[in-house]
Design a protein around this ligand. Structure first.
Ligand SMILES: NC(=O)c1ccc[n+]([C@@H]2O[C@H](COP(=O)([O-])OP(=O)(O)OC[C@H]3O[C@@H](n4cnc5c(N)ncnc54)[C@H](O)[C@@H]3O)[C@@H](O)[C@H]2O)c1
Ligand SMILES: O=C(O)C[C@H](O)C(=O)O
Length: 339
């Protein structure tokens, strides 16, 4: 049987048994999509969630009716695709997850989604800035390297930007990096936690294997890094035109939301990799960067530095920074041109 126990693993299993929980409203924008539906399902299984608000331009009330029959305590509500429906879905929310937008088809890069998804994320960010300015905003819609800066600019324009509460969800890169190393080394992937930094597309995804004590070399290392950087393409090709990763992404998004809830409910040492407003490369004009981040009741508690890396990893990082700068600027320019 599929239960919260299977989804969240041993650590969370212990914390789930506590009898009291703070009320937490979680909103999913894009809840009827390939990611939105399984993500909403996993959130319904999470006892830390007390209210689940589902919004989409189609089918959200239907998904909510279905998920709402699951015998866990949280209240689930689906909202109509109207401005007031969106406002009601957002009002009072602690966490807003945004997987709204189109996915890739074979042959496309994530940046090819920019023209469609930039305006979808901009408009949802406007609504979030108005109705849930203090919520944690978790951006899943691609290209994450640009949609996160877009969201920041929207919040800044309305005077409600809090850099500690905006997150690009890069958890799937770490999930993949951990799974792929376990396949090479025949270890338990649940015990692997490979550091991945940078951004969320191709060369901007930088796994730092050396920090987990691994020293792959030659073609094995090249192939491993390539698989982590292009894991998304593996799924896009296998789905053959029907979309990109949805189920693994739902798991990764639910994991990140769970970590934020644990941290906001007082648990210490909750660390997740995420793409945030970061001081690490600001001197090079790079405002956002993914690295391990300690989460707390106010969102970002502490951004961990990169630490010691190998010469090989430094080269990957240099390539990442060059791409990332352009991706971020593209998002900022979009809001300047189409506020
Ligand atoms: N960050 C990551 O690691 C990661 C991983 C996988 C996918 N993604 C991205 O997530 C996005 C969604 O992927 P998917 O497979 O779920 O796509 P999908 O097409 O299956 O679902 C997207 C949903 O968004 C809804 N939507 C569109 N415009 C909307 C709006 N204005 N307001 C509310 N809802 C709206 C659609 O109706 C649809 O239900 C894509 O951009 C994809 O590239 C990111
Ligand atoms: O690859 C994609 O387009 C979706 C997502 O970003 C992923 O990493 O799976």
């Amino acid at each position: 049987m599929f239960t919260a126990r299977h989804v969240f693993g041993a650590v969370q299993r212990r914390s789930f048994s506590a009898s009291t929980r703070q009320a937490s409203k979680v909103t999913v924008l894009g809840a009827a999509g390939g990611i939105g539906q399984p993500l909403s399902l996993l959130l319904k299984l999470n006892p830390r969630v007390s209210q689940l608000a589902l919004y989409d331009i189609r089918l959200a009330p239907g998904v909510a009716a279905d998920i709402g029959h699951i015998n866990t305590k949280s209240e689930v509500r689906g909202y109509d695709p109207t401005p007031s429906g969106l406002g009601d879905a957002l009002r009072g929310s602690d966490i807003v997850l945004i997987p709204a937008g189109v996915p890739r088809k074979p042959g496309m890069t994530r940046d090819d989604l920019f023209n469609t998804n930039a305006s979808i994320v901009r408009d949802l960010a406007k609504a979030a800035a108005e109705h849930a300015p203090e919520a944690n905003i978790l951006i899943i819609s691609n290209p994450v390297n640009s949609t996160v800066p877009i969201t920041a600019e929207v919040f800044k324009a309305r005077g409600v930007y809090n850099p500690k509460r905006l997150f690009g969800v890069t958890t799937l890169d770490v999930v993949r990096a951990s799974r792929f190393i376990s396949q090479l080394k025949n270890t338990d992937p649940a015990n692997e936690n490979i550091t991945v930094v940078g951004g969320h597309s191709g060369a901007t995804i930088v796994p730092l294997l050396s920090q987990s004590g691994y020293s792959l070399t030659g073609a094995t290392l090249d192939e491993y890094v390539r698989r982590v950087q292009f894991g998304g393409d593996e799924v896009v090709q296998a789905k053959d035109g029907a979309g990109s990763a949805t189920l693994s992404m739902a798991m990764a998004g639910a994991r990140f939301a769970e970590s934020l809830l644990k941290a906001s409910q007082g648990q210490k040492n909750v660390i997740e990799p995420t793409f945030v407003d970061s001081p690490l490369y600001k001197d090079q004009g790079i405002e956002f960067f993914a690295s391990n981040v300690e989460l707390g009741p106010s969102g970002v508690e502490k951004i961990h530095p990169i630490g010691k890396i190998t010469e090989y990893e430094q080269k990957l990082l240099d390539a990442c920074l060059a791409d990332l700068k352009g991706n971020i600027q593209k998002g900022v320019n979009f809001i300047k041109e189409k506020p």
